[in-house]
Design a protein around this ligand. Structure first.
Ligand code: APR
Length: 231
């Protein structure tokens, strides 16, 4: 039976062919750093300049990458799918929105947003944060990247869990399944009665949990799957 309501979860693998490095490379490092050294509140307290510069570089690098065939195919599915559809991304890049996706939530925050630790506002931000610019709302020089670090609560969880509870197809694309709560979505979807599909370069930690797994680059596998869905 053709599904009606779809939830799609994406991870770093969907942006890999655009040239955005994944988190858990073969050397276990993220752009030369241990993840814990740049992606925890403790790291930010210990060495704010290092963390700000690290994310400033990631934000600046977005200007050199463009959406790939997987982002574009997911945007086409979003535009043409008549039922409910929610794209939940763990990625902090803006390639899904540049590809054209509309029904999209960033559960781990966005590189192109700052978060004021004084007043809580989260303004759009394309420049650097390492030079301690003032918050556009309250004026305090206490902006950090609006990124969900390890130990912090992901965004939009209520909305995501409601969509998973209603979906009849859950698709996970380009994620290692190593980080919760996203890694638990497949089980939640199955409990809600959904069919589950993994699309990943190679088998992930979560592969045995899915009803079906397709392995290969997202730039090839995702357009093929979208063609099937819309065909
Ligand atoms: N096509 C499809 N999958 C790919 C491709 C590709 N071209 N290249 C790599 N992959 C797969 C890898 O095999 C791996 O399973 O993408 C996955 C990327 O895994 P991670 O690097 O662990 O990234 P992700 O799952 O998004 O990480 C989750 O961890 O550090 C935190 O908050 C960060 O959002 C991130 C979260």
């Amino acid at each position: 039976m053709k599904p009606r309501n779809i939830v799609i979860l994406t991870g770093a693998g969907v942006s890999a062919e655009s040239g955005v490095p994944t988190f858990r490379g073969p050397d276990g490092l993220w752009e030369g750093h241990h993840i814990e050294a740049v992606a925890t509140p403790q790291a930010f307290r210990r060495d704010p300049l290092l963390v700000q510069r690290f994310y400033d570089a990631r934000r600046a690098a977005l200007g050199k990458v463009v959406p790939n065939a997987a982002h574009l195919a997911l945007a086409r599915l979003d535009a043409e799918w008549r039922g409910e559809l929610l794209l939940v991304t763990q990625n902090v890049d803006d390639l899904h929105e540049r590809g054209g996706s509309q029904r999209l939530l960033h559960m781990h925050g966005e590189l192109q947003r700052a978060l004021c630790t004084a007043c809580g506002t989260a303004p759009a931000w394309t420049g650097a944060l390492s030079d301690d610019p003032p918050c556009p709302r309250c004026g305090a020089a206490r902006l950090r990247p609006d990124i969900v670090w390890f130990g912090e609560m992901p965004y939009h969880m209520d909305e995501i869990e409601m969509a998973i509870g209603r979906c009849d197809l859950f698709v996970s694309i380009g994620t290692s399944g190593a980080v919760y709560p996203a890694a638990g979505f497949v089980t939640q979807a199955q409990r809600a009665g959904a069919r589950t599909l993994e699309i990943n370069l190679d088998p992930s930690a979560g592969t045995p949990l899915f009803d079906e797994a397709r392995h290969g680059p997202a730039g090839t596998q995702v357009p093929k799957w979208v063609d099937e869905m819309l065909g």
